[in-house]
Write a protein that binds this ligand. Structure first.
Ligand code: AMP
Ligand code: ZN
Length: 443
């Protein structure tokens, strides 16, 4: 079954043809780590995790790189506000990010490079660009010369006027052209900095991804992905840097972009303050419910976040886990055709989910859901889930009450066994007696 993906570069769906069918290479832009990420930031992680899983089913080797931006002005400001060293802040938030993404069922990428570990590669790349006449030093900065690249702007398809308007925020006297962008900037003694031929300084954001992708995936690779907001300027500038430094016509063959997660029709973002962190949502909902909500719309479409949506997603998973319950020994089997077909058409996850609703056989359901990174846990574990800080009995207390009820039944003391069951029910725990004994769930 051939994979078709929408390529932002051509604005069309195209058959996916890897550069090397023996080794597929994928890069996704990761977060800037200064705080917990919001659920919008998780959308590219979850959407492209489905892609990674699919590629791994089809190709013998896949290398997936997702970076961590750990040098940025927002990080410097936050560390100063918190009165903590930058490294302490970035280490803490990067670890929280990794654990939150794992709880959303995202596989760890093969490499998760941190920008500060690759400054040498960035300096080398900037040096190449200067040598080739694509960049110039000015007042401690190094700038990429946009007019030096004949076909700059192909990804975002912006006109010259739009480019200049988009870059206006950065207009500075040392720029030769208003569209030129920063590759390197000077640092004061108090700011983090690295030595370079242009003085002590730090890299611009865009050069980070060009250097880290080249280091782990090569000068050209298959798929580069991220959110819609990265098309311009971030990805446009990555392309300019990588193509001009390495002299290829392409940086990546396929550029994939997810749509926004909105809240009341507006993009969820830190700056608007209309966000929920993944961390706080994980206290209230199971990770798989958050994941199912994120996959319920096609990745290129906008998706409106609501708590109601999460409640519905949890109810769907309750039903699916109910099908698996008591049959957990069933092997997962291969991904059902309808699910594989839907995902092969530019990751049509809503269609794949509707196909899952048609499946009643536990092994097939699990295999299909696994392709979406869902139904990854034991059904009993799913039903034991409780929100953080919830009142009510612990697992051990519930197990002890069930044992006591069992003993009462054996002694034919049905009054006592019913009392125990009713007491648990009041505390939000439902018992179900089945052929293999008594199971329970928090409801
Ligand atoms: P940032 O840390 O802001 O660079 O964002 C990390 C990733 O999350 C990028 O791929 C962004 O495009 C993506 N992103 C940020 N906000 C949203 C949103 N509201 N919906 C979907 N993706 C987003
Ligand atoms: Zn990037």
């Amino acid at each position: 079954m051939s994979l078709v993906v929408y390529n932002t570069l051509s604005r069309e769906k195209e058959p996916f043809v890897p550069i090397d069918a023996g080794h597929v290479r994928l890069y996704v832009c990761g977060p800037t780590v200064y705080d917990y990420v919001h659920i919008g930031n998780a959308r590219p992680v979850v959407a492209f995790d489905v892609l990674y899983r699919l590629l791994r089913r089809r190709y013998p080797r896949v290398t997936y790189v997702r970076n961590i931006t750990d040098i940025d002005d927002r990080i410097m400001v936050r560390a100063a506000d918190n009165r903590e060293p930058i490294e302490a802040l970035t280490n803490r938030t990067a670890s929280a990010y990794q654990s939150d993404m794992q709880r959303l069922g995202a596989l760890a990428p093969d490499h998760e490079p941190r920008a500060t570990q690759y400054v040498g590669e960035m300096v080398d790349m900037i040096g190449r660009l200067v040598d080739k006449g694509h960049a110039y030093p000015a007042e401690g900065h190094v700038l990429f010369s946009v007019p030096s690249m004949a076909d700059y702007g192909r990804l975002s398809r912006r006109t010259r006027d739009e480019l200049v308007a988009g870059a206006r925020v950065e207009v500075a006297p040392y720029k030769k052209d208003p569209a030129d962008f920063v590759l390197w900037k000077p640092s004061t003694d108090e700011q983090p900095g690295w030595p370079s031929p242009w003085g002590r300084g730090r890299p611009g954001w865009h050069i980070e991804c060009s250097a880290m992708s080249a280091r782990h995936l090569g000068e050209t690779f298959d798929i580069h992905a991220g959110g819609l907001d990265l098309i311009f300027p971030h990805h446009e500038n990555e392309i300019a840097q990588s193509r001009c430094a390495f002299g290829h016509g392409l940086m990546a063959r396929y550029w994939m972009h997810n749509g926004f997660l909105n809240i009341s029709g507006e993009k969820m973002s830190k700056s608007l303050g209309n966000f929920f962190t993944v961390h706080e949502l994980l206290d209230q909902y199971p990770g798989e419910a958050i994941r199912l909500l994120l996959l319920s719309a096609h990745y290129r479409q906008p998706l409106d976040f609501t708590h109601e949506g999460l409640v519905q997603a949890k109810a769907t998973l309750d039903r699916w886990y109910g099908v698996l319950r008591g049959r957990d020994a069933a092997p997962a089997g291969s991904v059902p055709q309808a699910v594989e077909e839907a995902l092969s058409d530019d990751l049509n996850t809503p269609l794949a989910i509707s196909a899952l609703h048609q499946l009643g056989d536990p092994a097939t359901l699990r295999a299909g859901a696994n392709a979406l990174g869902l139904l990854q846990q034991d059904a009993e574990a799913w039903f034991r889930w409780a929100p953080a800080g919830a009142a009510g009995p612990t697992d051990a207390e519930i197990e002890a009450a069930i044992a006591a009820r069992q003993a009462a039944r054996k002694a034919r003391d049905f009054k006592e066994s019913d009392r125990i069951r009713d007491d648990l029910k009041v505390k939000g725990v439902l018992l179900e007696d089945g052929p293999k004994g008594t199971t329970w769930k928090r409801g």
